[in-house]
Design a protein around this ligand. Structure first.
Ligand SMILES: Cc1ncc(COP(=O)(O)O)c(C=O)c1O
Length: 444
């Protein structure tokens, strides 16, 4: 590390970073610049970003068109209120572009600044909807163990990872967790003859019945769980979930904060199973990380319940930066790029190449499972393949060895996640596999 970098890191102590622990930033990479899939640090390292930042920089780094879209919009109008009585052109254009874009029947968008705000907005909208429908006791949200939905107080307790909750209790009331449909290590109870998908869907129905359907407002799920280890559900899971939600009058919220905008090989991931949510949460790749933007889309049915509300029943919800003019202009330009460069098809094709490459690493004794959907993949590290014993320590060693070899991945539990920019090319995909293989070799 150069003296200059040491100096930067000393000054860096004046900010509190996300998921902070005093040890966590001691050797942080000081990133100065990015280009395509590559990051360049202040002390001259060149790193292949196998995580597209935080699963979001789909268009890759250093895109002039996006910088220009931000510049042009900021010159005209960076921001104005989007609250009652005012609106702006970029948010009008983006909402219009997004109408029906993800799923037919989801034609209305509310903008936020990120994924946590989106999920928080989704929960409040679900509660609002049931109050408007004359069912005010429906307020609970069922989520899955291992899920990640954000860090506002509500989304912290919707999340199914205890480490995000331990120091922030007492828990917010009304969040219930059920086992995730994890084909490699399903933690729920399976009946004879059941598939993992059926057992996991049954867990949802049982939770609804246990809590009382008249108390449950919504079920929330990431189509592919990200932070919880890149868990790809079996094909029968989401169609069953949709039917159970319909049967018990429970809204289905799809948290597509990671999976939205092409990452898995479809524009939105529930399309893989031909299922449609009632509320869709998005963020991250809507701008490829070039501006802070997220949102929810709601079904026409939910929208209609808002139209006849009395004054005292207004949807009293919104953020200063809802419909931020510059962020929406960047989102529009980014969508144009993603369509022109056909990102879902790229993710499908290059995702297969990445998955094939990673699968070859199963020859290592500690690679228990390799999985992927589009350019969203993971390698699960175990100390015993037969017993599937999770080995987060070894995963962390491999993560560090990969970083020394100029490859950025992310340890998620005992797995290493890969979600590179969708602008990646074949050679760069091969480079991920090569560098990861070398890292694995080095830890033995
Ligand atoms: C699935 C999912 N939902 C919500 C969030 C929270 O988004 P944000 O960090 O933008 O608030 C994340 C962040 O990684 C996520 O992966």
């Amino acid at each position: 590390m150069t003296n200059q970098t040491q100096d930067w890191l000393e000054k860096d102590k004046k900010q509190l970073h996300p998921v902070y622990h005093p040890k966590s930033h001691a050797n942080a990479l000081v990133v100065e610049r990015g280009e395509g899939v590559w990051l360049f640090t202040a002390d001259g390292q060149k790193i292949l970003d196998g995580m597209a930042g935080l699963w979001n920089v789909n268009a890759g780094y250093g895109r002039e068109e996006l910088a220009k879209a931000a510049y042009d919009q900021m010159k005209d109008l960076a921001f104005t209120s989007n609250f009652a009585g005012m609106t702006n052109l970029p948010s009008i254009r983006l909402a219009d572009k997004l109408a029906g874009f993800a799923y037919p029947g989801l034609n209305t968008t509310f903008f936020t600044s990120g994924g946590s705000e989106s999920n928080d907005s989704a929960f409040k909208t679900a509660r609002y909807y049931w109050k408007r429908k004359g069912k005010p006791t429906k307020y609970k949200v069922i989520a899955r163990k291992g899920s990640y939905h954000g860090v506002t107080l509500a989304t912290t307790f919707a999340t199914g990872l205890e480490k995000y909750q331990t120091m922030f209790g007492p828990a917010v009331d009304g969040f219930v967790h059920i086992p995730a449909p994890n084909p490699y290590r399903f933690e729920g109870e399976m009946k004879a003859g059941e598939t993992v998908g059926q057992a996991a869907a049954r867990a949802l129905e049982e939770a609804i019945l246990r809590e009382g359907a008249d108390t449950v407002a919504a079920f929330i799920a990431e189509p592919v769980m990200g932070v919880g280890g890149v868990i790809i559900p079996p094909d029968d899971y989401f169609p069953l979930v949709r039917a159970i939600c319909d049967k018990h009058e429970v809204l289905f919220i799809a948290d597509e904060v990671i999976t939205g905008f092409g990452r898995t090989g479809e524009w939105f991931a529930l399309k893989h199973w031909n299922v449609k949510p009632d509320i869709l949460s998005f963020a991250k790749a809507i701008t490829s990380g070039y501006a802070q933007l997220g949102g929810i889309q709601i079904s026409d049915e939910i929208r209609e319940t808002m139209e006849s509300a009395a004054d005292s029943e207004a949807w009293m919800h919104g953020y200063t930066y809802s419909g931020h003019a510059m962020a929406c202009a960047v989102g529009l330009k980014n969508l144009e790029i993603m369509e022109a460069e056909n990102y879902p098809a790229r993710a499908k094709e290059l995702g297969k190449r990445l998955l094939d490459g990673l699968s070859a690493l199963k020859e290592f004794g500690f690679v228990g499972d390799v999985r992927g959907l589009g350019l969203l993949c993971a390698v699960e590290i175990v100390s015993d393949k037969n017993a599937k014993t999770a080995d987060a320590v070894q995963a962390m060693k491999i993560f560090k060895a990969a970083q020394e070899r100029g490859l950025r991945t992310r340890p998620v539990g005992n797995s290493l996640a890969f979600a590179p920019p969708l602008a990646i090319n074949e050679e760069e995909v091969d480079e991920i596999v090569k560098r990861l293989g070398a890292a694995m070799d080095s830890v033995g």
